[in-house]
Design a protein around this ligand. Structure first.
Ligand code: GTP
Ligand code: MG
Length: 511
């Protein structure tokens, strides 16, 4: 399809490929979502991790405890050509989707109150030795945090408030915590469930399944790749690794035992690059394989009001959650762009955290609110979105970015209107495609007698979301500052290429 003069904005997208021979890890955390070490939540987290391994063949190992999980990709993986933001966002989004879908299974009597938002980062492990160090580090943290939590929550149950309990055990060594548990609560730490002390590993193994029986009752077995969850004591040991041939094959073997992790390694594991200061940040999310998703869920072609309004609702929720940072959003089809103001310091402008938090919150809202828009159509599998963040140095270029997206909306909509009109008139999809090749869409619209301007404005111009500043000024003076009085969030369908909308709303991109 035709290129627009705004396409140059794509050159601001930066490469974030995790180069070979790095092993790609995706670490995600669901902080504040639940009380860590609640055994039902741990089982829910494990169940989500199993689905990640089932869905993505390249993810060969996962380790999780408390409210976090790490996914390890096989060393030869070309998953999304190793682009870090894409890999991270897809895994985080899928995990969030599954988390919401599975909630009822683990908490049948407790409604999921908030839209979960996970965040995470991609860790590039330069060698199998670095991976071994990473696993040792995380399992040590699992152990320490579990000891801490075990004491903390028992003190709270006994009557302290959380702060008092924190202060009480501040500075306690491992042995002090163990003694506290034993002396005060009669708990022998070493007898607590392994899922708590050691965390959970999800991995692929080959096992034998009985597929059927012969006439005389003998079992016929077949080798199958299985996904198992285990709670092993030393996941960074040669012994554990050597027991699992899949890990040896897909990731390599550990050369020697290690007992500690250097601070340099830990720094590299915690690294998350920051987006350039004083620039507009655009986070664009896009539905993964929505062509298939829309077919399976029987979206109306080419535009489904239910699907578009659900996308809009999720975007409004994102604007409300990040009300101090996101000033504008523009959406069309299965994508949404969120504009973070130049001065934002959201997550200290850490790229991974920003992308994963937004994509996760958007996805969980999409799944939670699906039934409001599709009451008759069950969600058949967990949808996921990918995300990226791009910095734009000036308002002019940011406006060109938005124009680029709106031109794209316009061209796609013209094309789709013609395409489906041709199909409705009896042409096959291939014939319709061929007849639109290379031709002027505007001409085709006239030929097909499509009254294009009568189509709903949402289809033609996409959706824009912003906060109504007029309300804000009035209420702000009376009540002080809070998200509720920061102006009502408005969804509208405007021409955002020309100057009129921006002249009428000078505050949105006000620097
Ligand atoms: P990736 O984004 O690369 O994973 O592929 P994708 O299949 O999601 O395609 P892309 O994002 O390029 O395009 C979005 C697709 O979603 C469209 O091509 C449509 O097939 C589908 N889609 C989005 N909105 C609607 C809608 O309102 N109605 C229908 N019928 N389909 C829609
Ligand atoms: Mg898509």
């Amino acid at each position: 399809m035709a290129n627009s003069k705004y396409e140059y904005v794509k050159c601001f997208e930066v490469e974030d490929e995790a180069m070979f021979p790095n092993i790609i890890l995706v670490w995600i955390k669901a902080s504040k979502l639940h009380k860590p070490h609640d055994s039902n939540t741990l089982k829910l987290m494990n169940s989500c991790a199993v689905e990640v391994l089932e869905e993505y063949a390249d993810v060969v190992f996962a380790y999780g405890f408390s409210d976090e999980y790490t996914f390890v990709f096989k060393k030869t993986s070309k998953f999304h050509e190793r682009r870090a933001s894409k890999v991270l966002s897809i895994i985080t989004s899928f995990f969030s989707s599954v988390f919401v879908r599975k909630w009822d299974e683990f908490f049948p009597h407790k409604e999921l109150q908030c839209h979960p938002s996970l965040h995470g980062r991609v860790i590039a492990c330069a060698s199998i030795k670095a991976l071994q160090a990473y696993l040792l580090w995380r399992q040590t943290i699992c152990h320490l945090s579990n000891q801490h939590e075990q004491c903390l929550w028992r003190l709270v149950e006994r009557g302290m408030n959380e702060k008092e309990a924190w202060d009480f055990i501040k500075g306690f060594e491992k042995s002090d915590l163990n003694n506290l548990l034993f002396d005060e609560f009669n708990v022998n730490y070493n007898t607590l469930e392994p899922i708590l002390r050691q965390g959970s590993c999800v991995l692929k193994t080959t096992g034998e399944d009985t597929v059927k029986y012969t006439d005389n009752g003998a079992p016929i077995k077949r080798h199958r790749r299985k996904i198992v969850t285990v709670h092993s004591k030393k996941i960074a040991s040669k012994r554990f690794w050597n027991e699992h041939t899949v890990l040896l094959k897909d990731l390599g073997g550990f050369v020697e035992e290690i007992n500690n992790v250097t601070p340099e390694y830990v720094r590299s594991f915690e690294f998350d690059s920051k987006l350039m200061p004083c620039t507009w940040i655009v986070v664009r999310i896009d539905g993964c394989h929505f062509h298939r998703f829309s077919e399976i869920h029987e979206f109306v072609k080419p535009n489904d009001d239910r699907a578009l309004n659900l996308m809009n609702l999720c975007a409004v929720a994102v604007l409300e959650k990040f009300w101090e940072d996101i000033v504008f959003a523009y959406g069309v089809s299965d994508e949404y762009s969120f504009i973070l103001k130049k001065t934002t310091n959201l997550y200290q402008r850490r790229a991974n955290t920003i992308i994963s938090a937004i994509v996760s919150f958007f996805t969980s809202t999409y799944v939670m609110r699906w039934k409001d828009f599709f009451p008759q159509s069950e969600l058949k599998y967990p949808p996921s979105f990918d995300g990226r963040a791009v910095c734009y140095p000036s308002t002019e270029i940011l406006r060109d970015y938005l124009s680029w997206r709106q031109v794209d909306c316009h061209i796609n909509n013209q094309y789709n209107s013609c395409f489906w009109k041709l199909v409705a008139s009896g042409k096959s999809k291939r014939e319709a495609q061929n007849s639109l090749k290379g031709g002027q869409l505007q001409k085709k619209i006239e030929e097909l007698a499509i009254d294009y301007n009568k189509l709903p404005v949402m289809y033609r111009q996409g959706s824009s979301i912003y906060r109504d500043k007029v309300d804000n000024v009035l209420i702000h003076q009376e009540n002080g500052e809070s998200p509720e009085n920061y102006g009502k969030v408005i969804v509208g369908h405007f021409d955002i290429i020309g100057p009129t909308f921006w002249l009428e709303h000078p505050n949105i991109l006000d620097e």
